[in-house]
Design a binder for this molecule. Structure first.
Ligand code: PLP
Length: 399
């Protein structure tokens, strides 16, 4: 029997909605792409986006900037990080997170993850006690949301400021509350592979007057900060405007225009991702050798990717399994590799971190963790095909 093959691309996103394309063309015709380049009576798209996204999040303030990584670094600065201070972060994340900590002058101090890919709360408490760190940058990596009530309680008990990396949880909730509304600041990415697509882009949200004032000035607002979409009381700027350096990282109106057209469809897209996630999950669950994450009822996730483990595979079999899937068009990422590959890297490849740590539990989990993207260009039926190929190849690799 001929083996089924899958032939769509795992990196193909949907087109920008037609309204967004039309609005972008209109903007291009004006030439006013810079966020402060407006005519009398006009509000820049970047400012409109800030207002709309803050409303969506139920937060008072939003800053639109150049990337998720930029937002993370500015969040730390604006929250008062001093050079050389330690910043806690879960070890299963993407390179821009430790990179943002380093860029802000901090020193990453990594925390173990648990079997469900979330930060290990016991290790988090130990690290908080032993390090005295004032900041915790929690990355909701691949959309897995830790028990946010417990995380918030620990942060409160140890006086730690929580900053959320919501690159994979835009649209998700914990106990009905939006991911990104638990921390002092939250950061989102609108890079092509995330939940809204402007090529590159970042959004920072907060309820804190001082943090938003500083973040706006950092982003390179010159003395035009009053043109932002969400503003703290004016005296907050008076205090910081000459004390805060310009780290040029503004979002332009073209990207903001594309995002404004996508925001109204975000909730529906989250539902579409979950339909696909759940179809694949059901297929994979038919194979007893595949371990799927148990997702707590409090977590309303956005299934834009799926992770699973096959703990029975040894190192050679892992290679055979990935190759077997690849030949049949199913592109799996593996977080167990000693060498960084594409977008994927393990914490021990971030060699610039001075205090190299050994996190045995995280390594053990990642050794047999596979990861795949679920772009919305895949149909629900596609997920059955992909699921069948994975189950087939897992059985073949296990022999
Ligand atoms: C993409 C991503 C970021 C950073 O976003 P950029 O916009 O690419 O800078 C941060 N954290 C995680 C987990 C990401 O996947």
């Amino acid at each position: 029997m001929k083996k089924a093959r899958f032939d769509k691309s795992f990196t193909q996103q949907e087109a920008i909605p037609q309204q967004g394309i039309d609005a972008a063309v209109k903007l291009l015709q004006t030439g006013r792409l810079h966020r402060y380049n407006t005519v009398t009576g006009e509000t820049a798209a970047a400012a409109l986006l800030e207002k709309a996204f803050a409303e969506y999040m139920g937060q008072r303030y939003c800053l639109a900037c150049t990337s998720g990584g930029y937002a993370l670094h500015v969040a730390l600065r604006a929250a008062g990080l001093k050079r050389g201070e330690k910043v806690l972060s879960n070890a299963f994340t993407l390179a821009p997170v430790p990179g943002a900590i380093d860029n802000a002058g901090g020193k990453p101090l990594l925390v173990e993850i648990d079997d469900s890919y979330c930060v290990d709360l016991d290790h988090l408490e130990t690290q908080m006690q032993q390090s005295g760190a004032r900041f915790f940058m929690l990355s909701h990596m691949r959309g897995h949301i830790a028990d946010m009530d417990a995380v918030s309680e620990l942060c409160e008990r140890y006086g730690v400021i929580l900053i959320e990396d919501c690159a994979h949880t835009m649209g998700a909730r914990w106990n009905g509350r939006r991911s990104g509304s638990f921390g002092r600041v939250a950061c989102f990415s609108t890079q092509t592979y995330k939940h809204m697509n402007s090529g590159e882009g970042g959004l920072l949200t907060t309820d804190d007057d001082d943090i938003i004032a500083r973040a706006i000035i950092y982003s390179g607002s010159y003395m035009l900060y009053e043109r932002h979409g969400t503003l703290p009381p004016p005296e907050r700027f008076a205090e910081v405007r000459l004390q805060t350096p310009n780290y040029s990282g503004r979002m332009d109106n073209l990207r903001a225009t594309l995002l404004l057209a996508q925001l109204p469809g975000l909730e529906n897209n989250c539902r579409r991702w979950n339909e696909r996630y759940q179809a694949l999950e059901t297929r994979l669950a038919s194979c007893p050798q595949i371990q799927l994450p148990q997702r707590p009822p409090a977590e309303s996730y956005v299934g834009s990717s799926l992770q699973f483990r096959i703990e029975a595979l040894n190192a050679d079999q892992v290679g055979a399994f990935i190759a077997g899937c690849a030949v049949r068009g199913v592109e799996l990422k593996w977080f167990g590799g000693a060498e960084p590959h594409g977008f994927t890297s393990r914490y021990d490849s971030w060699r610039y971190i001075e205090e190299q740590q050994h996190l045995p539990h995280t390594l053990a989990i990642l050794a047999t963790t596979f990861d795949l993207r679920i772009p919305l260009t895949f149909s629900v039926e596609d997920m059955d095909t992909i699921g069948d190929i994975i189950v087939d190849e897992a059985c073949a690799a296990l022999g």
